[in-house]
Design a protein around this ligand. Structure first.
Ligand code: GDP
Ligand code: ZN
Length: 355
């Protein structure tokens, strides 16, 4: 397998040259488990460990390698590499860290496309699609909508659903499929580009695991687990979180991705609700909240059905969540900054004392 087939591009190669990293090897992080990494190169998979300097200069968790990252490596043992640096990320999918208000946790990086999976059965919910679109817009990941389980409804109902989606969400491709009947599968597979990286977004039960298995085909059993050794030399079995599909696409799937939710979307709202934002320029008050103000252009459009009411309600809900999230992020940034200063002072002091 070539590095290009793993997603390597000229951008990364240029960075490598600019930074004089020529003497290092290049690999992509395909799994992370408690600071033990599995790094895939064109011919091998290695256990990776970060060098002390990388750890020491890290300002926050996000400076550590994540699944999807391209890293500069050096081999120090048959199956072991040291990770010297993380290449700048094209895209980042992150989420609110569990139990840590305002702290973000990187789920995966360098993802080109997200499959937003929705089932067309009773759980179908267009607001939820919009929520995932917002995440894509925030992270610069291109969305593709997959309507799954089409074997459960008749053709008329499906056409109606597709129209509903396309009316509200413009310029995003929609792929109706069924894992059971394999309808729509060929088309979807043709859409997957060699060397591009994909992820699956969607709530539990919509069929993401089944889809992943279908895309992997018979490879699954042998590709899904890896044995990595811990620092104590103990062997553990972990899952590959980055998989190369038979037809050449790369798919990232990990537990964190399954939990990506709306709290993570900070500024993608503007794109998803472009029409609302555009209208809000005509509101009478600059700080209009579009909820009760006289002269609110948005409310007027909702009343005259120029804007879909549920889309509008979804917008308000996300705005509230976003505000809450941003205030906690601001607090966190300040703390990070203070922490960075503390480390710097500490290093300075130790230098003076010749320690
Ligand atoms: P996940 O939680 O998104 O990973 O969803 P799963 O892949 O575990 O699927 C949830 C349930 O939906 C399982 O019982 C699957 O067998 C079922 N399922 C998945 N795809 C389809 C489909 O295309 N048609 C039907 N009828 N059921 C499906
Ligand atoms: Zn307004």
């Amino acid at each position: 397998m070539t590095l290009e087939e793993l997603g390597y591009t000229l951008e990364f190669e240029n960075y490598r040259k600019e930074q004089n990293l020529d003497s290092f090897g290049v690999g992509r992080v395909i799994s992370e488990h408690k600071e033990r990494y599995v790094v895939k190169t064109s011919d091998k998979e290695y256990d990776g460990e970060i060098i002390g300097n990388l750890r020491f200069t890290a300002q926050s968790r996000s400076d550590f390698p994540a699944v999807g990252d391209w890293v500069a490596i050096s081999e120090y043992d048959e199956n072991k590499v040291l990770i010297h640096s993380v290449f700048p990320r094209k895209t980042i999918i992150e989420r609110q860290a569990v139990g840590k208000q305002g702290e973000k946790q990187i789920i995966a990086t360098n993802i080109d496309y997200a499959f937003i999976v929705q089932a067309v059965d009773r759980d179908f919910n267009i607001n939820r699609i919009e929520r995932y679109l917002t995440i894509c817009n925030t992270s610069n990941v291109k969305p593709i909508i997959i309507l799954n389980k089409i074997d459960l409804i008749n053709e008329g109902a499906l056409l109606k659903l597709i129209t509903t989606v396309q009316e509200r969400i413009k310029q995003v491709s929609v792929f109706p499929i069924s894992n059971t009947s394999r309808q729509g599968f060929e088309k979807l597979i043709k859409r997957i580009e060699r060397g591009s990286t994909y992820c699956l977004l969607g709530s539990s039960g919509v069929g993401k695991s089944t889809l992943l298995n279908s895309l992997l085909g018979k490879q699954l059993m042998k590709t899904n687990t890896i044995s990595a050794s811990t620092s104590k030399g103990r062997h553990i079995t972990t899952h590959r979180e980055l998989l190369v599909l038979e037809n050449g696409g790369i798919l990232i799937d990990n537990p964190g991705m399954r939990e990506v939710g709306i709290a993570d979307a900070t500024d993608g709202l503007e794109l998803t609700f472009e029409a609302i934002i555009e209208l809000s320029k005509d509101c009478k008050f600059k700080d209009c909240t579009h909820t009760s103000e006289v002269g609110c252009a948005v409310l007027k459009a909702v009343e005259s059905h120029g804007i879909d009411k549920s889309s509008y309600e979804n917008f308000l809900k996300m705005e509230r969540e976003k505000e809450h999230f941003e205030s906690t992020v601001a607090e966190k940034r300040k703390k990070d900054k203070d922490f960075g200063k503390m480390i710097k002072n500490y290093k300075k002091r130790n230098k003076h004392n010749n320690i």
